[in-house]
Design a protein around this ligand. Structure first.
Ligand SMILES: [Zn+2]
Length: 79
């Protein structure tokens, strides 16, 4: 997801509006303070979509790893 390494080392708060994290000392959320309600809605939808895409990618990798293991096992046992 939209994780900026720089943000990890300092105090961050979660924005009530867009649910993204931002540095506490900024006071205002840099992600959504200039966005309209509609734009915040779209931003959240996009983040949600990206998160589910990452989950799917993880599952696909797991599946590929599983298939590779089975293939290896079959090849090894046939020799
Ligand atoms: Zn925000």
């Amino acid at each position: 997801m939209m994780q900026i390494p720089y943000f990890r080392n300092i105090n961050t708060v979660k924005c009530d509006r867009c649910e993204l994290r931002y540095p506490k000392r900024e006071g205002n959320c840099p992600h959504c303070s200039e966005l309209s309600e509609n734009e915040v809605y779209e931003l959240k939808a996009r983040i949600e979509q990206e998160a589910s895409g990452t989950r799917n990618l993880g599952l696909t990798m797991l599946l590929i790893a599983g298939i590779a293991l089975v293939v290896l096992f079959v090849v090894a046992s046939s020799e």
